[in-house]
Design a protein around this ligand. Structure first.
Ligand code: FES
Ligand code: FES
Length: 161
C-alpha cells in the first residue's frame, strides 16, 4: 500500500498527515481531521452533501483524493461560524427554516457561500440553478432559496457597513 504525506490548511489550521494514496478527501476530512460536519451521502458526486471550498471554489470532496489537496486551502462547514457567531448563511437558514433533518445542510451552505461570491445579488431562479448540484430530500427547496436570498442581503449590508 502506497503512503503519502500531505500538508493542507483547513479552516485556517495547517495539518500534516500521512495516508493511503487512495484515500478520498471526504474521508480524510472526516476520519483524519475529525471534521464530521462534511457529510457523505452518495460518495460519487451526485448529492453534494460533501461540498467544501477548495482554494475558494466549491467542490465535492468525495470526487477528490486527499493527495490532491497537498498545499491547498480548504474550508469546511466548521469554518463558517467565527468566535461563536453564526455566519449570515447559517443565521438565515435558521431564521427561514432552510433545513429539516439537516443532512444536506453543510454542503448546501458551502455551495451557497461560493455561489454568493460569484453572484452576490441572485434572483430566485439563479439560486435554484446555483444549488442544482445539492440534493435535499426534506424541504422542497423553497425555504432554502429564501434563506440564501436573505443571506445575500445580510452579506451585502455587512459589506456596506
Ligand atoms: S457524497 Fe459527495 S456528492 Fe454525494
Ligand atoms: S434538510 Fe433533510 S436532506 Fe435537506
Amino acid at each position: 500500500m502506497t503512503r503519502h504525506i500531505i500538508t493542507v490548511t483547513v479552516n485556517g489550521t495547517l495539518y500534516t498527515r500521512e495516508m493511503d494514496a487512495r484515500k478520498l478527501l471526504s474521508d480524510f476530512i472526516r476520519e483524519d481531521l475529525g471534521l464530521t460536519g462534511t457529510h457523505l451521502g452518495c460518495e460519487h458526486g451526485q448529492c453534494g452533501t460533501c461540498t467544501i471550498l477548495f482554494n475558494g471554489v466549491s467542490m465535492k470532496s468525495c470526487l477528490l483524493l486527499a493527495t490532491q489537496a497537498d498545499g491547498a486551502k480548504i474550508m469546511t462547514v466548521e469554518g463558517l461560524a467565527k468566535d461563536g457567531v453564526l455566519h449570515p448563511l447559517q443565521e438565515s437558514f435558521w431564521e427561514h427554516h432552510g433545513l429539516q433533518c439537516g443532512f444536506c445542510t453543510p454542503g448546501m451552505l458551502m455551495n451557497a457561500l461560493y455561489f454568493l461570491t460569484v453572484n452576490p445579488r441572485p434572483t430566485d431562479l439563479e439560486i435554484r440553478r446555483g444549488i442544482a448540484g445539492n440534493l435535499c430530500r426534506c424541504t422542497g427547496y423553497v425555504n432554502i432559496v429564501k434563506a440564501i436570498k436573505a443571506a445575500a442581503e445580510k452579506m451585502a449590508q455587512n459589506k456596506g457597513a
